[in-house]
Write a protein that binds this ligand. Sequence first.
Ligand code: ADP
Ligand code: MG
Length: 642
Amino acid sequence: MTAAVSTAPTRKAASGTFLKLFARNRLAAAGGMILIAVVLIALLAPVLPLQDPYAQDLAQKFQRPFSPGHLLGTDHLGRDILSRLIWGTRLSLVVGVVASFGAAFFGSVIGIAAGYFGGRVDNWLMRAIDMLMAFPYILLALAIVAALGPGLVNALIAVSVVNIPFFARNIRGVTVSLAHKEFVDAARLTGQTDLGIMVSEILPNVLPVIVIAMSTTVGWMILETAGLSFLGLGSQPPVADLGSMLGEGRNALITDPHASIVPGLMIFVIVMSVNLVGDGIRDALDPRLRSGALTRPMARTVVDREAVPPAPEVPALLDVQDLRTEFRVGKRTLHALSGVTLQVRAGECVGLIGESGSGKSVTALSVMGLVASPPGVIAGGTVRYAGQEILGAPFARLRDLRGDRISYIFQDPLATLHPLYTIGDQIVEAICAHHPVPKAEARKRALDLLESVRMPNAASRIDNYPHQMSGGMRQRVGIAMALVNDPDLIIADEPTTALDVTVQAQILSLLDDLRRERNVAILFITHDFGVVAQLCDRIAVMYAGRIVETGPTGAILSDPAHPYTRRLIACVPELGGGRRELHAIPGLPPAVDDLPPGCAFAPRCDKAQPACRGGEIALDGFGETRAVRCLFPENADAEARA
Ligand code: ADP
Ligand code: MG
């Protein structure tokens, strides 16, 4: 699959996926077909060979269905029910759809204005909406029709008005979250008027919400209009919509039930199919539902593997062997990890390095079964902690390890700290999750930790909320939380990427001090060779879900064996290294659902030979401690290994 470049193909693809998603929802598709049939028949009413819906023939009243000349029988005035049904359906559909457009229009205008201007405008508009909402809506509709007088147009207005609050509240909520986004500020900076911004910036973003809200309320509005007509407040005789047909048939419900059952069934069919279609549209349009974000991930990643590789002879602290993690999205399988083998020994710092998208984070999360399932599945390999298998272990064991023996530091501390608790409370919580210690003792421990991560003014800072701190300080809190239960291993996923260079240097030296003081092992994930050089004892280089080279930091930096490693190192500028050209690696990493056979780097490699594209290439050891996955390594020792 190639990435779409211009917007037109993307749009096309998007509408394609919308239809596909919609069609996959069988109920919605069935509802859609029924609805299309009903709408077609209603549209064709003038050209269909129907009898006059108003022609009375009292001699023929209450004919049963299937009687000659009247397929669905006749009503109390001898009028043909089939003809009245089709014309009535037409009327009911028009009124329901127009009412919902009206409600959507006025509701959206009010919602966007309230959300965009905020403050007093918001207050006035929303209080007015609240007043509408204070009445049960059918009562309110009755009151409006009573004031305006009976009639179909007035019923339409009434139904529209009582549905405005639903749209206004929904749209206001979405608009509030958009009104202070950067793109709106940018539009303001270009000098656009408020109206211009609302139309060109806000409206396109709330449009999907409006469509979803409409599709789920049209059915209701058809029903409400029918209800008013049923009570004699909507369409007036001789014109009939489905509601008034039902109302007229009601008098003979026992003796001639068909006169009310037929329109009743039609209302049922229409509302049912409209609602099914509406739900289908909502599910297919809502990007969160599409990506499965609303499905709660399981507490651990699903493990679905055939064979378990045998344990190594000398167990390391963390042993990852041939780990294969996939994302099963629809019919596609993304092979994020295709066999990762990695070891971290006690007290050692191992750097896992690779371009963005190479599978570093997925490796880190797979270790503790934290990859979201669905769609993530661990399809092969093992993870052993101190010689014990983790992936197959009971969940209670995994939970004991998480945050206690093995802890994590993530890239964005603002996203990982809870915004509504003080950092002290959060550190205390991390302690108490594993050790039943009294609150005061836990707090004292939290304070000690904050001091040991060199938090200035720790005693007052402990009661701060995350938003009161700078990025570097928040990351210190993240480190303190990782250290809270004296873990043996910390997995740090790009902990300094979100920080500026000076703060990054401080955090790195802090991590380095801490690991020496406490003898904790670190699996340090980064895309930056400069960072690895400062901190790590060993390096594992990752490309397209595989380790392509491992070895001691110094040896790899001075003498890389894999062409990819060499090119990654060449991307790092050196202070005081004199002038040299920085070479970017041409091309892009391969898509993980379509990996080339053989070496995944071959398409970007300047030394690639036909053999590289042939079959599987093994990670071969050379020297004492190094290994490389390459047929034509750059390093003389590696070349000589065979
Ligand atoms: P990085 O090395 O930058 O940390 P990741 O480990 O996050 O990369 O991602 C590795 C691959 O896995 C990427 O190609 C990404 O598209 C894919 N991936 C990660 N998370 C998901 C997910 N939830 N669903 C589908 N694919 C995912
Ligand atoms: Mg990542």
